[in-house]
Each structure stands twice: as structure tokens, then as C-alpha cells.
Design a protein around this ligand. Structure first.
Ligand SMILES: Cc1cc2nc3c(=O)[nH]c(=O)nc-3n(C[C@H](O)[C@H](O)[C@H](O)COP(=O)(O)O)c2cc1C
Length: 345
């Protein structure tokens, strides 16, 4: 239904307009989705317990889709096992100038340089206050673009403090290629400082929330080794692998078109293999010491299984959700059920 009827219509329009349009359709007519899409699969064998949280199934929605926490219930109704909101920054910001979102149809990919457009921390808190706890919510947090380097940590701390009562786990997003100065955010010395400060706040609370780090698919093995050490040392709860890529190798889209598009993070099928390799590397190197959420180029059940077999415990979708539609969630869960008992849990 989605691929044969809905997608051909949606893909005729500007991607960002389509995003806002689908958003308001889901928000206002979410109940109609049951007429168009199969009922989400609910089955005990799909449940996963990871970093102390119970997920109803291992397929989540990646950050960037529900930036302002307005649609998590409706997205949960579509069948996702968890929804990651954000990236939330302390102050609202408009993001980069438009046009900033591009489909690479031949490659099954997207390039975006949205630049953390979001309504800010306070707006997210207001929306999350209405949370009935129907679905696990991750809070993906970042810094404002105009924040000076000496204040980066404070931005994360403000978001952490503000969202703490309202989300189930946190993600420190240090890997967005679209917000400037992300070199500092990927420096392991800086990450150690950031994680230490965030953990201090976490430990001061009566209930601690799991903290994950989201990394780029452009890190080399030496950098991944540093990440393994960092996690062992700081004992944070896990890693999300991966964010979008600045690499443009091997694309079918012509160099002229890529040049017209310009900077931004590449997602979807072109980053699938790289992200899976990173998951396998981190999992092997660390002896499965921490949970990994696998994300990047999952467009089929086979792609999701590939990530789980490589060492991921949960998976997330973004670009695959846009290309394949909500049916992809059931497709993955159905395949997991046929393999139930054979998969590492
Ligand atoms: C339009 C768009 C916006 C995104 N915004 C964010 C964001 O705000 N924060 C974040 O951590 N990741 C963001 N991402 C990255 C995704 O969460 C995901 O890590 C990445 O796209 C790889 O998964 P995919 O290949 O399934 O899309 C964004 C991705 C896209 C396509």
C-alpha cells in the first residue's frame, strides 16, 4: 500500500513539505492508519530487556523524525517498540537555510543538513508531560549551533536535567555533521569530560536513566578502539551506531547532482554496510560488553537481522521508514518471530 500508492504521490513533492504534511496527517488522523496499514504485531517473543528497560519489540524510530516530541504516541501505534525524540537543544533554533533535505532515489538514500531545527527544551518538556507511558521514549540531546565551545557541556547538562523526569533513556548526540565544530564533540578527551559531567547529574537523581552515545559512521578503527575504552572507563550504558555520513563514495547519484546538493549527512542504503561493520567491530572488540543500537540503511527485514547478527541488541529506522513505509516495522518483527529462539537476546 505505502510503496505502491502512497510513496509515489509523496515523492512528487519537496521532502521537507512532505515531512510536515505526513506529520499533521498522523497527528490529526492517526486513527485512520489502521485502515491503511496492517495491525502492529504484538508478541511476547519480541520483547527485549535492555539497559533495564523493557521494549515491546526491538524496532525503534531513530532521532530526527519526531524532533519536538509531538508524535511519539501515534508512532508507537504504528508498531515501533520505542521512539527517540530530538535532537533537542536548550534554545529553540530554526536550523540551516532551506533547501536542506534531499532524496537520492537511485541510491535509496537521503542527504540532510537540517542543523538541529527544533522548538527547544521547554517545548519538548511541555509535550512530554502528556506522555502516558505507552511507549519507551529516548531523549536525544545536543548543543545549540551558536553555543561557544566552552559552553557545549552546559547545553547537554541543561537538556539532561530538563528531560530527566520525562524520558526513559538519553542519547548524547555528538555526531551530527550539520551543526559545526563537531570535531571537538568527537574528541575522546572532550567526550570523557562530557560523560563525566552528565553522569554526575544522573547520579544525583533518585532514579538513574540509561545514557548512550551516538557516533558517526565515519570513525576509523583507532577511533572505535578509543570508544570501547571510553565506555569501559565511564561505564555508560551503550552506543548508537550510527549517525549520518559525510562520505560520498560509491553513490549512483552523479557527482554534478551531489555537488548541487552540497554538504550534509548521508543516510539510508549507502551507509548500511559501513554501519554494520562498525557494530561488528565494536561488539567483537568489547566482547559484547555493552548494548548497541544498530541504525543505518535498514530497508528490509534482512538488513535488520544483519545488524542484530553483527552485535546490535535493538535497531532503529529513519530513511528506511521514509522509503518503505510503516509496513517495514511488521516485516522485521515477523522475520524475528520466525527466527525466535535462534537469535541472541
Ligand atoms: C532528515 C534527517 C534528520 C535527522 N536528524 C537527526 C537528529 O536530529 N539527531 C540525530 O541524532 N540523528 C538524526 N538523524 C540521523 C538518524 O537518526 C539516523 O542515525 C541516520 O539517518 C541513519 O539511519 P537511516 O539510514 O535509517 O536513516 C537524522 C536523519 C535524517 C535523514
Amino acid at each position: 500500500m505505502y510503496k505502491s500508492i502512497i510513496r509515489p504521490i509523496l515523492f512528487k513533492f519537496d521532502p521537507e513539505d512532505v515531512h510536515h504534511f505526513t506529520f499533521s496527517v498522523l497527528k490529526n488522523f492517526g486513527f485512520l492508519t489502521q485502515l491503511f496499514f496492517p495491525k502492529p504485531i504484538v508478541d511476547k517473543r519480541l520483547e527485549r530487556e535492555v539497559f533495564g528497560l523493557k521494549f515491546k519489540n526491538p524496532v525503534g524510530l531513530a532521532a530526527g523524525f519526531d524532533k519536538n516530541a509531538v508524535l511519539f504516541n501515534e508512532l508507537g501505534d504504528l508498531g515501533f517498540g520505542f521512539v527517540e525524540i530530538g535532537t533537542v537543544t536548550p534554545k529553540a533554533q530554526v536550523g540551516n537555510p532551506k533547501k536542506r533535505l534531499f532524496r537520492l532515489i537511485e541510491d535509496g538514500g537521503i542527504i540532510n543538513r537540517m542543523g538541529f531545527n527544533n522548538d527547544g527544551l521547554q517545548a519538548a518538556i511541555e509535550k512530554l508531560k502528556g506522555n502516558k507511558g505507552k511507549i519507551i521514549i529516548g531523549g536525544n540531546i545536543g548543543k545549540n549551533t551558536d553555543t561557544s565551545p566552552e559552553n557545549y557541556t552546559q547545553d547537554y547538562l541543561d537538556c539532561f536535567e530538563g528531560l530527566h523526569p520525562h524520558v526513559d533513556y538519553f542519547v548524547l548526540n555528538v555526531s551530527c555533521p550539520n551543526v559545526g565544530s563537531h570535531a571537538k564533540l568527537q574528541d575522546v578527551e572532550y567526550l570523557r569530560e562530557l560523560i563525566t559531567e552528565v553522569k554526575k547529574i544522573n547520579q544525583s537523581k533518585s532514579v538513574q536513566k540509561p545514557i548512550l552515545l551516538k557516533i558517526a559512521p565515519d570513525l576509523n578503527n583507532a577511533q572505535l578502539d578509543e570508544i570501547v575504552e571510553l565506555i569501559a572507563e565511564t561505564k555508560i550504558d551503550g552506543v548508537i551506531v550510527s549517525n549520518t555520513s559525510v562520505n560520498r563514495e560509491g553513490l549512483k547519484t552523479s557527482p554534478e547532482v551531489l555537488q548541487q546538493i552540497g554538504n550534509g549527512g548521508l543516510s539510508g542504503k549507502p551507509i548500511r554496510e559501513r554501519s554494520t561493520k562498525m557494530i561488528r567491530y565494536l561488539s567483537d572488540k568489547s566482547n559484547r560488553a555493552f548494548p548497541i543500537i544498530g541504525v543505518g540503511g535498514i530497508h528490509s527485514a534482512k538488513d535488520a537481522i544483519e545488524k542484530l547478527d553483527a552485535g546490535a541488541t535493538l535497531v532503529q529506522l529513519y530513511t528506511g521508514f521514509i522509503y518503505e513505509g510503516p509496513e517495514l516495522i511488521n516485516e522485521i518483527n515477523k522475520e524475528l518471530l520466525t527466527r525466535a529462539g535462534r537469535l541472541p537476546r
